[in-house]
Design a binder for this molecule. Structure first.
Ligand code: FES
Length: 138
């Protein structure tokens, strides 16, 4: 059995076209895989309200979109990305001082550290500051 192999300009064009198509397909797959990350950028412009300070319980936390704001002690706020460091699910629950990821059961403390795996890394810090009665991006 033999195969005809294109040669010359026509052959190069076909290979180029095929490679361009493969590249476009790979780019589409990459964009689809990162679609949620693109819609929730890690870095926002400063001064954007994340949550009202009064809505963050002392000894607790609030999940506000892609950001978790904790208040371990009165008047001390910390911000973290809501993306679980295990496989990237958004943490979805706060229970008794623990930030919970329901995907595989990881839990994080109010300081972002891992309380229960499978996550091995703490939540990524997210710069915030208090602005009057609001917690805003820093
Ligand atoms: S993605 Fe959160 S525990 Fe797996």
């Amino acid at each position: 059995m033999t195969f005809d192999r294109p040669t010359g300009a026509q052959g190069r064009l076909d290979r180029r076209t095929a490679l361009a198509g493969a590249g476009a397909a790979a780019a589409a797959v990459t964009l689809a895989a990162c679609g949620s990350a693109k819609s929730t950028p890690a870095r926002k412009e400063p001064g954007v309200e994340v949550v009202k300070a009064a809505d963050v319980p002392v000894g607790g936390a609030v999940i506000a979109g892609d950001t978790v704001v904790t208040q371990p002690v009165a008047g001390s706020f910390q911000g973290f990305s809501a993306a679980c460091t295990h496989l990237g699910c958004t943490v979805s629950k706060v229970d008794r001082g623990r930030i919970i990821c329901r995907c595989h059961g990881s839990a994080f403390g109010l300081d972002g550290t891992v309380a229960t795996g499978p996550a091995e890394r703490p939540l990524d810090p997210r710069p915030i500051r208090v602005d009057g009665d609001r917690i805003v991006t820093a």
